[in-house]
Design a protein around this ligand. Structure first.
Ligand code: FAD
Ligand code: 2HG
Ligand code: ZN
Length: 441
């Protein structure tokens, strides 16, 4: 995001868990800060050093250790790129349980460290459920081998869960054991143009009821997000007729076991939606080919890239009730307007998109440049709105360096005190990704 810049002189690229252990032991003895770095695609500055920490890149640890096609359990080095794991399991008719726009660069270790959510969470759940085991090098160099492939293991505290979403503040993940689902025999998608955001909730209810077990994604982009995606060449634009009068769009994906059955369900749904007395949607564009399937997905997945091309982004990744998505986006825009900041030289766009099924809104504010007056207008404003809904200030991207000051809006003092105690147990010298997640005391 270009918002953070450290002063490191050293990047280490170990090739084995043993080498990671040796590096950590050395750094522990000398009290040198270490920043684990995966694909460097995180959106909260977690993989960027704050001062002169050593950067420990996992990119040379990129081998699959084992794959069992019967159980679907994959064991891989943490530095494997998500897309390459998807390609690895594809011939065995399996898919990764996680998918996100950064798949070509992000690493499975980085996904686990951030507990990334992504586009398939609605169907396959979070990494807290699909990760079966981890191998982690602790700050003093000790190797914690919990790389089991067991579906069930209730033998006391489930320590691996602490590292999922710890953003590299408790240890370096070197190996991941993960359950991969069988590949669906058929996948379809459709993009629906809605006249009003108010229709998203009833549409979601209808779609869940009618598609039931084959629904695998229900993603939302508002009109500004769509226009930016098209402007910056993400996916194929819909026709003028198709987008006329659309306030927002919903992308629905189905994944199921029998093509004819799924197609019938999807076309029944579309028919019912379009022929209703008071239609919830203006129109729907159904993918007719694999290329069109990818191109519809690109309209949604490409918003982040489009936003980066358009200007400097302030990103808020929040959990709030679905019914308030639009009010949060519109409220933020009006708030910036009232402060006199909504013009070409300051804030250009305020947009909302995200994972409806997970109650996760991505509120992006695109500006000409990062300016203190914009920052001051946005914070604590956005966080107070989130707290008023008892929401989360980080639904899926983590806290990193960017949101440490906002942690208290979503975590109670008791929770934060316990988090600090846990950090102290694992990392008594404070060398693991210092200044991330928890503020320095
Ligand atoms: P990095 O960015 O390198 O690191 C992220 C954090 O994890 C840092 O704190 C780092 O220190 C730590 N870390 C990395 N590797 C390790 C390791 N092996 N051991 C310990 N700590 C480690 N996120 C979502 O949740 N859902 C999305 O849909 C989504 N879409 C995205 C789309 C785009 C286009 C982009 C750019 C980002 C998106 N993200 C999304 C953000 C997401 O957090 C990251 O893309 C990804 O999970 C981070 O993986 P990475 O390997 O790049 O990690
Ligand atoms: C997504 O869902 C990602 O596209 C990125 O989580 C969101 O860039 C963002 O704000
Ligand atoms: Zn997201």
């Amino acid at each position: 995001m270009g918002r953070f810049r450290g002063r490191s002189t050293t990047v280490l690229k170990p090739k084995s868990t043993h080498q990671v252990s040796q590096i950590m032991k050395w750094c522990y003895d000398k009290r040198i800060g270490v920043v684990p770095q995966g694909g460097n695609t995180g959106l909260v500055g977690g993989s960027v050093p704050i001062n002169d920490e050593v950067v420990l890149s996992l990119s040379n640890m990129n081998n699959v250790r084992s794959f069992d096609p019967i159980s679907g359990i994959l064991v891989a080095d943490a530095g494997c790129i998500l897309q390459s794991l998807t390609d690895y399991v594809a011939p065995y008719n399996h898919i990764m349980p996680i998918d996100l726009g950064a798949k070509g660069s992000c690493q499975i270790g980085g996904n686990v460290a951030t507990n990334a959510g992504g586009l398939r969470l609605l169907r396959y759940g979070s990494l807290h459920g699909t990760v079966l085991g981890l191998e982690v090098v602790l700050p003093d160099g000790t190797i914690l081998d919990q790389l089991t492939t067991l579906r069930k293991d209730n033998t006391g505290y489930d320590l691996k869960q602490l590292f999922i979403g710890a953003e590299g503040t408790l240890g370096v993940i070197t190996g991941v054991s993960i359950l991969t689902p069988p590949a669906p025999q058929a996948s379809n998608n459709v993009i629906l143009a809605l006249p009003s955001f108010n229709n998203v909730l009833p549409l979601y209810q209808t779609v869940k009821r009618q598609l039931s077990e084959i629904l695998s994604a229900f993603e939302f982009i508002d009109r500004t997000s769509y226009d930016l995606a098209v402007k910056h060449g993400q996916g194929r634009a819909l026709s003028d007729d198709e987008v006329a009068g659309a306030e927002c769009f919903v992308l629905i994906e189905t994944s199921g076991g029998r093509r004819e059955h799924d197609e019938e369900k999807l076309s029944d749904l579309l028919g019912n939606l379009l022929e209703a007395d008071k239609p919830l949607v203006n129109t729907g564009v159904l993918a007719q080919s694999p290329a069109q399937f990818s191109s519809l997905w690109a309209l949604r997945e490409g918003v982040t890239e489009a936003v980066s091309k358009e200007g400097k982004a302030y990103k808020y990744d929040i959990s709030v009730p679905l019914s308030s998505f639009k009010d949060v986006v519109d409220g933020t825009r009006e708030h910036l307007r009232a402060k006199g900041l909504l013009h070409d030289k300051a804030v250009k766009h305020v947009l909302g998109y995200g994972h409806v099924g997970d109650g996760n809104l991505h509120l992006n504010i695109v500006a000409d440049a990062y300016l203190p007056e914009i920052q001051d207008a946005l914070e604590p404003y956005v966080y107070e709105v989130v707290a008023s809904h008892r929401g989360s200030v980080s639904a899926e991207h983590g806290i990193g360096a960017m949101k440490t000051h906002a942690l208290h809006y979503s975590k109670s003092p008791v929770s934060i005190a316990l988090m600090k105690k846990i950090k102290e147990i694992f990392d008594p010298r404070g060398i693991m990704n210092p200044g991330k997640v928890l503020e320095h005391d």
